[in-house]
Design a protein around this ligand. Structure first.
Ligand code: V47
Ligand code: SF4
Length: 363
């Protein structure tokens, strides 16, 4: 069957029943659902799968984001965060400044430090190691989720060593897991238009496979709502599911809603319905990745609450203070208090469960 052939409701209902009962759906079936399933039916099936796995639990984490440099040699067309060296607004923090940023922020209770930055060739591996050690000392209870596969590749290339070697050094210095950034959309044709200087999707997947092989869990993302279509999205999810079958190292999938401000891509960003369809389809298709994040920074609080009814089981965290989405015009708050987070989850009819970066519940 061609995915663009008009379908009877019975066809999509049969695929949804299959997914609901725990039978894996194929990429073709996912595409049929994406294009033809009524929104309510898609979300209801995703909700059933979510309830079977997680009940009404919705995870959140007491976390902090650190963007240690916005200087980047890449110029991804969707990115409003990166600056060239010496440009107005370019900033790079020293290790002491990073540690000072954490001081006085209730560091005894922080559970996750999320650290990502641009590709700044002036920062050597020693800087990254010192940063990890400094953060670990300042926030002993927190797990450090740091450096995207794109940054790992950059460090390996600058130093002329393998990615395994970079990851081993970082792990030894206290790295707990990798965040999911840099995946964007794997289609090579789209990457050429979106982020031509960035590593290929294949290399992104290979670095995550290497991390998984070393016992470092990772997250995965997909940037959506720009110039990609449903076939591109399903192909992306499919590549993640295939790797996960081999390694079981992905913890959480995060669909990142494209923010259209202050960047040269000139796309619009996804509407609310597309957000819910992407969430629901991700929940139904990614049967082997345990968690699905409603990232309130890019979705806004209200849409993130709705996403909890479309399959998502994680709300991310307090964050203070996010830059990548906000530089691109995100109109969500820059951070939330723990009370705000719990309130948002409870108001959505779910049960807030505090977690560690690797989703161990803190009861
Ligand atoms: O890789 C850049 C994206 C990512 C824009 O692993 C944009 O827990 C939307 O990956 N609109 C970094 N997105 C953020 C990220 C992330 C965030 C929160 C949690 C986790 C996790 C990972 O931000 C980049 C890129 O895909 N990005 N510009 C933009 N205009
Ligand atoms: Fe650099 Fe990352 Fe922005 Fe691309 S998305 S320009 S790699 S900071």
């Amino acid at each position: 069957m061609n995915a663009t052939t008009p379908l009877h409701g019975d066809d999509t209902a049969a695929i949804l029943d299959k997914a609901r009962s725990g039978i894996r759906i194929s990429p073709d079936e996912a595409l049929i659902l994406a294009l033809s399933a009524p929104l309510h039916d898609l979300c209801a099936a995703a909700m059933d799968v979510r309830l079977a796995r997680h009940g009404k639990d919705a995870y959140y984490v007491h976390n902090v984001h650190i963007n240690f440099t916005n200087v980047c040699v890449n110029a991804c067309r969707f990115c409003a965060f990166s600056k060239t060296k010496g440009a107005p607004g370019a900033r790079t923090l020293s290790v002491d400044e990073i540690v000072a940023e954490l001081a006085g922020r209730g560091e005894a209770r922080i559970r996750e430090i999320h650290v990502v930055g641009g590709l700044n060739p002036e920062l050597g591996l020693e800087y990254y190691v010192a940063m990890l050690r400094g953060i670990a000392k300042q926030c002993p209870k927190a797990g450090i989720k740091a450096f995207t596969a794109v940054e790992v590749a950059h460090l390996a290339d600058v130093r002329g060593v393998s990615e395994f070697e970079i990851l081993a050094t970082l792990k030894d210095a206290g790295l707990m897991m990798l965040p999911g950034g840099g995946a964007e959309v794997f289609s090579p044709a789209l990457r050429q238009k979106l982020c031509p200087e960035k590593i290929s999707g294949e290399r992104w997947l290979q670095i995550h496979a290497t991390a998984h092989g070393m016992g470092l869990p990772t997250n995965a993302t997909m940037l959506f709502g720009h110039i990609e279509n449903w076939s591109d999205r399903v192909a992306h999810l499919s590549a993640l599911r295939d790797l996960q079958d081999l390694t079981a190292g992905f913890t959480c999938f995060i669909p990142l809603a494209y923010q259209p401000g202050n960047n040269v891509l000139g796309a619009r960003g996804p509407d609310g319905l597309t957000v819910l369809r992407v969430m629901a389809l991700s929940r139904l298709f990614l049967d082997n990745i345990p968690h699905l994040k409603a990232y309130w920074v890019m979705l806004g609080i209200k849409t993130a609450q709705m996403a909890l009814w479309a399959g998502a089981d994680d709300f991310d965290g307090t964050i203070i203070e996010e830059r990548i989405g906000h530089d691109a015009g995100a109109d969500s708050p820059k951070g939330l208090t723990l009370a705000d987070l719990r309130h948002a989850i409870e108001a959505a009819g779910m049960i807030p469960v505090e977690r560690t970066p690797d989703f161990q519940p803190i009861r």
